[in-house]
Design a protein around this ligand. Sequence first.
Ligand code: CP
Ligand code: NVA
Length: 303
Amino acid sequence: MKQDLLTFADWSSQELEALLELALKVKASPADYQQTLSGKSLVALFEKPSLRTRVSFDIGINKLGGHMVYLDSQAGKLSGREDTLDMGANLACWADAIIARVYSHKTLEDLASAAKVPVVNALCDLYHPCQALADYVSLHEHFGSVAGLPLSYIGDGNNVSHSLMLVGAILGADVRIITPPGYEPDAAMVEKARERAAQSGGSITISNDLAAAAGCKALYTDTWLSMGDTTPLEQIKAVFMPYQLNMSLLRQTGASVVMHCQPAHRDLEITSELVDSDYSLLFLQAENRMHAQNAILISLLGQ
Ligand code: CP
Ligand code: NVA
């Protein structure tokens, strides 16, 4: 039976740890995997812009011996021209997998139900699982392990925070999500993450208070306005500015690294000084997107 990767919510700790190890192996010994997707064609379907996801999938698939066809929404939403279910069923006639970046998680579920090939979530309104895997690969490389690792996500309770929280909970990390009041992560998602953390030995803290980041090893942030959010920056800037990642917050918490999925907005959610500092894991995260995604594709398609 085909397996999709929409959220990681149904993966066990052991499965996810093995996937993380596979990403590190693919990174260390790329030559061992250069024929894994030989003869396979994948379609990447993007309703929203992308730099890292698009390029890291395309080059990564090439390194595994496969081929990627890129489709974007030149004329608005991809689902506008034909029914999403029909699109999924058609693409599966030719492609061995579908990678999709969409506005609504429901679009991914529809694609997955109609396509007889695996569907991979390349970001939606609720999740960014490929990003989270790359982030924990980066933390594992930097700190040697993820279980018990205290990290704080500070900013908007969005798709990136959801996946960081969920994947961290499954891997047993101590994840703290700190947002301005009214910008907390989705409550059902928090509950799901807490259930997984209870099984793995991890923990999930939700707070509006920056003091909750004390003692964390890593501080993570993301844009205050996700793609598709048309709220004017000036309307939210004053609320978010106290949550900026800067040198003073880093020193206050005692963290030794800063993270951001990028694109970063310098001197808004993170200072330029930190992006360019030795504390930054930003480009390690970006590099690991490709290795993490290749591990995902090998696990879904490699046999
Ligand atoms: N982090 C990330 O997904 O970047 P892109 O939006 O450029 O793909
Ligand atoms: N939260 C951001 C992530 C971009 C990679 C967005 O959805 O726009």
